[in-house]
Write a protein that binds this ligand. Sequence first.
Ligand code: AMP
Ligand code: GLY
Length: 421
Amino acid sequence: MKVLIVGGGGREHALAWKISLSPRVKKIFCGPGNAGIAQLAECVDIQDSNIPAIINLVRREKIDLTVVGPEVPLVAGLVDALEKEGYPVFGPRQRAAEIEGSKVMAKEIMHRYGIPTARYAVFDNAQQAKDYIKQLAGPCVVKADGLAAGKGVIVAEDEQTALAAVNDIMENQIFGVAGRRVVVEELLRGEEVSMLAFTDGEHVVPMLAAQDHKQVYDNDLGPNTGGMGAYAPAPVLTPELRQQVLENIMIPAVRGMAAEDRPYRGVLYAGLMMTDKGPQVLEFNARFGDPETQPLLMMLQSDLVDVMEALLAGELSKVDLRWYDGASVCVVLASGGYPGTYGKGEVINGLADLPENVVAFHAGTTLKNGQVVTAGGRVLGITARAGGIPEAIELAYQGVTRVKFSGMHYRKDIGKKAGNR
Ligand code: AMP
Ligand code: GLY
């Protein structure tokens, strides 16, 4: 069969890598892809939210399955558009993807179906939001309602920061229409963990727990990024807590979405805070996480195409996900300056020189005059699988030392929190 992957980051490289291991797959296309994906797939120069161009490609190449990576095309209705033409596609429809596309909608679902989350209020008026923040007179979190490329959340330890966030989002409109409404919520404390699950709208099959590292510097210091590394399984989610998250969060969310005429099909991602009152939801995403997908798919033993097809057929109950023993760790190599402004076009060396069981998933890379060069903030995810977390950390960093480009920086403590358990 022929598979099209929509997107061009580390997550999509991991998807292409895993899908390429399926004996059923004859050819992979990717739009737009990157230099790493180009080794496994035919990359087509189309943007991930150019719906007409994607439909044309699917028609022209007779694609049997399209897999949508990023949130923007999901929220724009790419899945609906392909389904309307009769093409099989993996990912939630627009109304379901809104669980990520509107934080207000996500909070309402959680509120209505008793899913544990931070207390919150919604505002479409800046002055009222500010009055509320002043009344709180303490830490809070301000969130733009719509998609903001992962930058729409401001964790405010003090009133001044929260008021400035409302100014930026609602008055200066730094995220455009995404900031027409804001959610102001209670600041939760604890350790974060991500639970991703496959769902066909009825059955929910969770993946291993994964942990992202959002801040740019070691020990969770500095500004937030798209994610500087991840590992799985994350021991913070003990088997008991995992069951609790499944029963109190994932299943009620899927049931709630179905009850609201938003049947959810695809991967549902819950960003969780492990508080002293138990796991609470920080956010839902309508897709695989990036970089969590890199270690998760390296740990997945089952054929991903089989899982996706069973899900689309509504037969997820027959799927028994199999995982490799041990653990996987992904260390992100970023461009100098990221998450602020950064340059592009730096030549990357050492990619052919990685140890066994280490894969360099490409994120922001491209080919220039036959050389792989940097083309984004997050450039590579050096991902290793080994017998346990300490071994996988060791192996991933061995891989990291082989790779070089000018300005490269990365965190030295990916996976370290797992050792606290
Ligand atoms: P979100 O996009 O909602 O996951 O927010 C991005 C990041 O902001 C999360 O991964 C957390 O680190 C942080 N965050 C979001 N909501 C809260 C909250 N209520 N309390 C503390 N941190 C939060
Ligand atoms: N790693 C966080 C995300 O994919 O949203």
